[in-house]
Design a binder for this molecule. Structure first.
Ligand SMILES: Nc1nc2c(ncn2[C@@H]2O[C@H](COP(=O)(O)OP(=O)(O)OP(=O)(O)O)[C@@H](O)[C@H]2O)c(=O)[nH]1
Ligand SMILES: [Zn+2]
Length: 211
């Protein structure tokens, strides 16, 4: 695996002006991004989010999942802390790609859950890799993460790959009638450490999206 740093720039957002660092994965040709805020080097654990691409949730306001809500919440929490990192990994659809995710959504429209749909298409439930995080974090001189996630397998995979996750912080936001079943399946079948009662409602946190 060769991850090459390409360029960095300012990225103003509604929450803070981040620094955006662009990387290229030479093996796959995919681009990945890190957003940082404040001085993240120096060894003190950094508040972080490792977020896998969800074009539908992150960019198209989909309410089928919790991705877009988590992305906003993570940037907001990093801004409140004044220091942190978000790794935005281009592994759409838990690694199956956008078009296969649409195929999986079609099966879910007909009654399959998110895990069954992947399996009916011949994929594992979660095909993601996290080994690319190590060179990205090394480039940023980040040695320890306080990770915002509900996904214990993400913590295990990152740890196996050599990322020092010193703390796991829940990120439960964006519950709505369209993603309730999906979130229940994540908790029931994928082992996510969350209960629907923990969630902030999408309507409470995201009024500007209701439009
Ligand atoms: N195959 C498939 N992928 C989905 C579906 N819904 C969301 N996704 C993808 O699931 C991934 C969600 O990634 P993350 O937000 O990093 O989170 P996570 O592993 O669910 O765990 P958290 O850190 O707790 O959010 C993204 O790549 C989405 O595109 C689905 O129904 N099917
Ligand atoms: Zn999503």
């Amino acid at each position: 695996m060769t991850i090459r740093f390409i360029a960095a720039s300012r990225l103003p957002t509604p929450w803070a002006t981040f620094t955006m660092h662009g990387f290229e994965d030479e093996a796959t040709g995919k681009d990945h991004i890190a957003l940082t805020l404040g001085d993240v080097s120096g060894g003190e654990p950094v508040l972080g989010r490792v977020h896998s691409e969800c074009l539908t949730g992150d960019a198209l306001f989909s309410m089928r999942c919790d991705c877009g809500y988590q992305l906003q919440e993570a940037l907001k929490r990093i801004a409140e802390e004044g220091r942190g990192v978000l790794l935005y990994l281009r592994q759409e659809g838990r690694g199956i790609g956008l078009l296969n995710k649409i195929r999986a959504y079609h099966l879910q429209d007909q009654g399959a859950d998110t895990v069954e749909a992947n399996e009916q298409l011949g994929f594992g439930a979660d095909m993601r890799r996290y080994d690319l995080c190590v060179p990205m974090l090394n480039h940023l001189n980040i040695t320890a993460l306080k990770l915002m996630t509900n996904n214990p397998r993400k913590v295990d995979a990152l740890t196996r790959d050599g990322v020092n996750v010193v703390e796991r912080l829940p990120i439960t936001t964006g519950l709505n009638p369209h993603n309730e079943q999906y979130l229940a399946t994540k908790a029931g079948k994928l082992g996510h450490m969350m209960a629907l009662g923990d969630f902030t409602q999408a309507s409470d946190v995201d009024i500007e999206r209701k439009g």
